[in-house]
Design a protein around this ligand. Structure first.
Ligand SMILES: Nc1nc2c(c(=O)[nH]1)N[C@H]1C(S)=C(S)[C@@H](COP(=O)(O)O)O[C@H]1N2
Ligand SMILES: [Mo]
Length: 357
């Protein structure tokens, strides 16, 4: 008897599937030491402080798990296979004390990257000290030889190049949580991407009235529907900002961080986004004629909506003078690459874009 086809597993809100053969690289690209951490330390509120070599970790009971990876920049990969040692096993061996309520994961990385979890959450989610991905040793750029994998949280809770587990009675906010305002719980099903906006409405209005945005944290800035032609936002920190339907003709966002920002239906004619971080940025329905996206990072950026029937709706507008690097085809998720290809193919005017697939 034919098995009924199983419905595809649902994605958390605002997420899109990465191409099947691709595992995007996010954040730091290499550890501090050439080969990454060679041991993992358990410290803080433990009765038996420990240092385990990689060989010792490999000799412990190995747990395999299948994990849906959800990056806060809106790409997901379902059913990734990881294996390694459960955090619970190391907690037992180090005899973590009852006073420990948090665990801070610390990386062997250039900026001393870290992230933390409520210890009980980490244990009940099945947090894994992973040594393998897809049946092979973890690649160095993906956190090898040893990283955290935390199912059920945005992937920024899965630290690459784990060198130290610090068990604490009070929380120690991680790097992205501190520097970028990423949410400290990070549950993708509740779409906990960011803590509340960095500024009050009054402060936002003041920042915008100058027409020049500085270097302070403007995360969650709400400029939807505003008239902001020629806005100077070079180098601005605008994660999760809302520029939906705003008029931003000739604006400069060179080098700005616009991760997860929305420009839905915005008028961006002649705006410049050179070297800008546009990971997970929404450009659906925006007017991008004359825009310059040279050397911008566009992983999981969107240029249209995916309609319920699988078709593409609310397409951005581009023309021959909209500039993209060839690298854009490596970065975009499948449906969005298809959309941009279609837009560029139908664009009239003199050729301006360098890349074609
Ligand atoms: N040491 C370290 N770990 C890190 C990061 C980082 O920058 N440094 N970035 C985090 C983020 S935001 C994500 S989405 C994942 C990315 O892992 P990947 O590059 O293997 O896809 O690692 C997480 N762990
Ligand atoms: Mo991420």
């Amino acid at each position: 008897m034919a098995q009924p086809e199983r419905p595809p597993p649902p994605l958390p809100p605002g997420q899109q599937l990465a191409a099947a053969h691709k595992w995007p690289l996010v954040g730091e690209r290499a550890p501090a030491s050439a080969c990454g951490p060679q041991s993992v330390v358990a410290a803080g509120l433990v009765a038996r402080p420990q240092t385990w070599s990689l060989a010792e970790l490999r000799a412990m009971p190995q747990t395999a798990c299948v994990v849906d990876v959800h990056c806060v920049t809106r790409w997901s990969k379902l059913g990734m296979r990881f294996s390694g040692v459960l955090l619970a096993e190391l907690v037992r061996r180090a005899e973590v004390l009852p006073a420990a309520r948090y665990v801070s994961f610390e990386a062997d990385s250039p900026r001393g990257h870290s992230t933390s979890l409520v210890l009980q959450d980490a244990l009940s989610l099945g947090a894994l000290v992973a040594l393998e991905a897809e049946g092979r040793p973890l690649p160095l750029e993906h956190g090898g030889p040893v990283r955290m994998v935390v199912p059920g949280r945005y992937f920024y809770k899965s630290l690459k190049w784990l060198q130290r587990l610090n068990f604490l009675s009070t929380d120690c906010l991680g790097y992205w949580e501190r520097e970028a305002g990423y949410h400290n719980t990070a549950d993708p099903w509740r779409e906990q991407r960011y803590q509340a906006a960095a500024l009050t409405r009054q402060q936002m209005a003041e920042a915008l009235s100058q027409g020049v945005l500085g270097r302070r944290d403007l995360r969650g800035l709400d400029a939807s529907g505003q008239q902001l032609p020629g806005l100077m936002a070079a180098g601005a920190r605008l994660r999760n900002a809302n520029f939906a339907r705003a008029v931003l003709r000739g604006a400069c966002f060179d080098g700005a961080n616009l991760t997860n920002a929305s420009f839905e239906l915005a008028d961006l004619r002649g705006a410049s986004f050179r070297r800008a971080d546009l990971e997970g940025t929404n450009l659906a329905g925006a007017d991008l004629r004359g825009c310059d996206f040279s050397a911008a990072s566009l992983t999981a950026a969107t240029f249209c909506r995916e309609a319920a029937d699988g078709g593409l709706a609310q397409l951005a507008r581009v023309d021959g003078s909209t500039r993209f690097d060839a690298a854009v085809w490596e970065q975009l998720l499948p449906a969005q690459a298809e959309c941009l290809q279609r837009l560029l193919a139908s664009a009239s005017g003199p050729p301006g874009h360098e890349g074609s697939p």
